[in-house]
Design a protein around this ligand. Sequence first.
Ligand code: GDP
Ligand code: MG
Length: 166
Amino acid sequence: KSGFVTIVGRPNVGKSTFMNRVIGEKIAIMSDKPQTTRNKIQGVMTDKESQIIFIDTPGIHKPKHKLGDFMVNVAENTLNEVDAVLFMINAEEGYGRGDQFILERLKRVDQPIFLIINKIDQVHPDQLLPLIDQYKEKMEFEEIIPISALEGNNVNHLLDVLKKHL
Ligand code: GDP
Ligand code: MG
């Protein structure tokens, strides 16, 4: 089984951290500063039964300048070329304008979209359910999976779910 998976989400939600964890190399550029990932970066994860090519994207956000415009286009163009889309959010933050902007674009995508709630190491488990309900209202997701990209919690489960969809 093999397929392409792209990771989208607001800047700093942990897309590159996730990439680095599953690929196991420092491919994506990580930084506390938003927009370090200037272009899409691919990494291949292989194991006995599957191969997943991950595409890390610049954060999709309302562009403030020409380069920003270009970066948003790069991210948007990948959406229709992949087998699955991971829409990553930060568990510490609620639904905001940035997510609204992304969801408007994701609604035009036919591919299965997974809501990945990252940084669960930073929140109390009780905070997750209200957050999930908030996003469920906005759009139907294939599955909703909470993880910690930094600490690795539930990342293997996410990979198993993805493999099933390839
Ligand atoms: P990106 O802009 O979406 O690619 O986000 P990055 O991967 O560059 O991560 C932004 C910041 O969040 C970095 O300081 C990461 O170390 C931190 N981060 C990423 N994932 C997690 C996580 O699961 N838990 C915590 N506590 N921090 C995280
Ligand atoms: Mg990044």
